[in-house]
Design a protein around this ligand. Structure first.
Ligand SMILES: [Zn+2]
Length: 477
């Protein structure tokens, strides 16, 4: 009987990795083995250490990777899988591949920097500390990627076929519908990856993708994310709130620092700022986009118009490339980045990483957090244990570069930017299913979030819902 084994994103929101094996009959014959997603564990050490463990079946026996989208918690372990001996192909949409072309090498670079840091500080048990994979290894693994069109059926073996359908989460994101034909039976599995905001949602402005997650699905087994299982997004338009926050900070002579993921979230935020500036809702201040990846990401963003919402289409048609806008500056070199620290008049700085776990945002926050005139706005999810979560929690201090940095600046969070559906949206989407799956496994959630979503689905839909456990193997009946 085929089985699924949850190799990550079980009990946590990172490390998404689900192994499908089409045969587990102890006959000695090997089934076709595919990984749906192959993500990095991030956040606390207990999770990150799992990045160093081998897969439970040897990497060279895994035949294929089906990749739902480009976020590193879904794609960031691919270079390591290749390093461990994987020789198959990685199937993804063309936008996902373009985004991976930016994000994976950056991840390799960060792994090398981490190893260098630990060697200098002698703070690793391993001597010398090694990167999980290098920049070069990340670049080389891109050769294994194969583009798949949305909706195109891919037969990977006589037993296993799949197709991508829209997930509406980020550019290029998809859900994977997997069809297994074994023992004369056909079974349909749906892996959601991350699920975006539902169709025509009025309160998610800046949402790039238009159509919402694919509706009318059928599946015997549903493997579903639960990131926002216990939280609701505010249902107000964030633009007036955002304009008010920025206006006040500028009036008191402060600058605005926005930690944002360099790919997609930054581009969306730039378009929103442009709109607020052009309509006179915020004063004409300079905007600095300080992320080495942002320039390349702008190009990828502008190329993949197939996913755009009407609103995004209109904005891109009206304003063109952010790289050419007056008053918007893109810092390419570290020197240009450091120069931003010298600016004494109010500016808006957007930089990454979005959860302040590394990158240039650290310099900006270290420099601007101690001044009460300044404002920090979070526009993304802050995973527990990250510096971003500490700053957002109202803590008086945060540690950066080994120093205690006092937090005196105003700290605000705008939650409407989320690229994940919240519980009411998830229910709305699940109600479009043509059948009741015989079992749903919840993955990709903190325990409280998964638990709350399970209870809600049982109560509202009467479905059989279980919370996946790390390394748990479940038969596909
Ligand atoms: Zn994601």
């Amino acid at each position: 009987m085929p089985y699924i084994q949850f190799l990550g994103a079980a009990g946590t929101v990172t490390g998404s990795k689900h192994l499908i094996n089409t045969r587990a009959d102890n006959s000695g014959k090997q089934g076709f083995q595919a990984l749906v997603d192959c993500g990095l564990f991030q956040g606390q050490k207990e999770w990150r250490e799992r990045n160093w463990q081998d897969t439970p079946v040897p990497a060279h026996e895994i035949d294929a990777v089906i990749l739902t989208h480009a976020h590193m918690d879904h794609a960031g372990w691919i270079p390591r899988l290749v390093k461990e001996g994987f020789r198959g192909q990685v199937y993804a949409t063309s936008a996902t591949i373009d985004l991976c072309g930016i994000l994976l090498p950056d991840s390799g670079h960060l792994q090398e920097e981490d190893a260098k840091f630990h060697n200098q500080k002698r703070s690793s048990r391993h001597k010398p500390a090694l990167p999980l994979y290098t920049l070069l290894e990340a670049q080389q693994c891109l050769d294994r990627f194969r583009p798949v069109k949305m909706g195109e059926m891919m037969q990977l073996s006589p037993e296993l076929a799949f197709r991508f359908v829209p997930a509406a989460h980020i550019l290029g994101s998809s859900m994977a519908e997997v069809t297994l034909k074994t023992d004369g039976q056909t079974r349909r599995l749906l892996f959601t990856g991350d699920i975006g905001r539902v169709r025509n949602h009025q309160t998610a402005p800046g949402k790039v993708v238009h159509s919402g997650p694919a509706e009318g699905e059928t599946a015997e087994v549903l493997v579903m994310e639960s990131t926002y299982g216990n939280r609701r997004h505010p249902d107000t338009d964030p633009r007036p709130q955002l304009a008010e926050l920025i206006r006040r900070a500028v009036e008191r002579g402060g600058s605005v620092v926005v930690p944002a993921f360099a790919v997609e979230r930054t581009q969306k935020f730039l378009f929103m700022l442009k709109e607020l500036l052009e309509s006179g809702q915020i004063p004409r201040v300079s905007v600095y986009c300080d992320s080495p990846m942002a320039i390349h990401a702008v190009e990828v963003f502008l190329k993949h118009t197939e996913d755009y919402s009407e609103e995004t289409k209109a904005l891109v048609a009206r304003y063109g490339s952010p790289l050419e806008w007056d008053g918007f500056h893109f810092a390419r070199t570290p020197e240009e980045s450091k120069k931003i620290n010298e600016i004494k008049f109010p500016v808006i700085i957007i930089s990454s990483s979005g959860m302040v776990t590394g990158g240039r945002i650290q310099h900006h926050l270290m420099h601007r957090l101690p001044d009460p005139r300044n404002l920090v706005i979070f526009i993304g999810f802050q995973a527990p244990g990250t510096r971003g979560a500490t700053i957002k929690s109202g803590a008086p201090m945060v540690k950066m570069f080994g120093e205690d940095v006092p937090i005196r600046a105003q700290v605000a969070a705008v939650e409407q930017f989320s690229d994940h559906a919240d519980p009411p949206e998830l229910l709305e989407w699940l109600r479009t299913f043509k059948n009741k799956p015989s079992v749903t496994y919840l993955v990709h959630g903190e325990p409280d979030a998964s638990g709350a979503l399970r209870d809600l689905m049982v109560k509202e839909l009467g479905w059989n819902v279980q919370i996946a456990e790390w390394m748990q193997k479940v038969e596909v009946k």
